[in-house]
Design a protein around this ligand. Structure first.
Ligand code: UT7
Length: 332
């Protein structure tokens, strides 16, 4: 007779327990970039919204920035590293595909033999990771999951291409996901996710195997896609959580371009989001850090007192793939 397998005892719900972030020390201004490529401070501020960004030293590995953010999130959750049994690193900028980032980052932080894997959905990566972490906790596969979005885009940039080198930057942001005692205490709403692989050429690293490729982006086409498609994804995430647009206290979209953020916010307000809904604008001093941009923005807004415990936050990531994901999260 086929035996019945014992299921893992899952948690009634999952919630975020702590946040952390890390950025390189070096601030790169628009004027500094204008010394290298034909651009200027005014164009970058007006067309993208960036004033400065952080760029890592070439010898600083991505896993070091990721581990710094992860350690802070574990401490913020009030846990010790050995309480964390799995780690997910969302990244699209590891210098080599093998080994992954997660196992190294886990060792640097002091996690004890965690389940460790990377996900690559570019700028949607953190929201994918948060959704997967919530499911792992609810299914009983993990008790505490560390989710980190970490990028060292500077490694893959063509520093002579003014269309991309002024946009992208380095950094990491992290969250610890753990069990909620009851379904009423759950703090991570259903994940709305998807992709459109037919549009893969719009953002990619071009290069043959063995060559070091460089990041290429068809900016206008991605801009058009983002300004039309991101708001419906965000509205679906609100609806799947059983909420209405007016329930959202803080909107944290991927920090790709201030004009995209403004266009999506305008659309959400048209659908009922409040005028006093706070909107992340971390791109101004952090640039576009792909999978790190959402948790970086959250951690900076928390430190600035712009997000507090119990706030209803709407997250939505989008980018290369093309890939997208969003969910509603209650701030711990
Ligand atoms: O994170 C992943 C998802 N990514 C995104 O969501 C990015 C979406 N796209 C964008 O944010 C924008 O398309 C960019 C910021 C990438 C570009 O802004 P744009 O307003 O779409 O500029 P454009 O590509 O239409 O270029 C307009 C003009 C061009 O000159 P001409 O042909 O009109 O003479 C460009 O050559 O601006 C020129 N240009 C620049 N000028 C000064 C392009 N880059 C620069 C620059 N400085 N850095």
């Amino acid at each position: 007779m086929t035996p019945t397998l014992r299921p893992s005892p899952g948690a009634p719900g999952a919630r975020v327990l702590g946040w952390g972030s890390s950025q390189p020390q070096r601030v790169v201004t628009n004027d500094e970039l204008a010394e290298r490529v034909a651009t200027n401070d005014n164009w970058i501020r007006e067309r993208v919204g960036i004033v400065s960004r952080r760029i890592a030293d070439p010898e600083t590995p991505l896993v070091e920035i990721a581990a710094d953010a992860g350690s802070k999130a574990v401490a913020d959750a009030g846990l010790s590293p050995t309480d964390v049994d799995s780690i997910i690193v969302a990244t699209c900028t590891m210098p080599n595909p093998i080994p992954n980032a997660a196992a190294q980052v886990g060792t640097r932080i002091g996690l004890a033999a965690p389940g460790a894997f990377d996900i690559n959905t570019a700028c949607a990566g953190f929201c994918y990771g948060l959704g997967i972490a919530s499911d792992l906790v609810r299914a009983g596969s993990s008790r505490h999951v560390l989710v980190i979005g970490a990028e060292k885009l500077s490694h893959w940039l063509d520093w002579d291409d003014r269309a991309t080198c002024i946009i992208f930057a380095d950094g990491a942001g992290a969250a610890v996901v753990g069990p909620a005692p009851t379904t009423d205490d759950a703090g991570i709403g259903p994940l709305v996710w998807g992709s459109d692989g037919s549009q893969y050429p719009l953002i990619r690293i071009l290069g043959e195997p063995g060559e070091s490729g460089l990041l290429h982006q068809e900016g206008q086409a991605v801009f058009r896609w983002a300004t039309t498609q991101v708001a419906p994804i965000a509205l679906r995430a609100i609806e799947r959580a059983g909420l209405a647009p007016e329930d959202i206290d803080v909107f944290i979209p991927h920090q790709a371009n201030l004009r995209i953020i403004d266009a999506v916010t305008k659309r959400l307000r048209k659908e009922g989001a409040r005028e006093d809904m706070r909107v992340a604008q971390d791109i101004v001093h952090s640039g576009n850090t792909s999978s790190a941009s959402i948790p970086l923005a959250i951690d900076h807004m928390r430190a600035a007192g712009q997000i507090s415990r119990g706030d209803v936050m709407l997250l939505v990531g989008f980018g290369a793939g093309l890939s997208y994901a969003g969910q509603v999260v209650i701030c711990p």
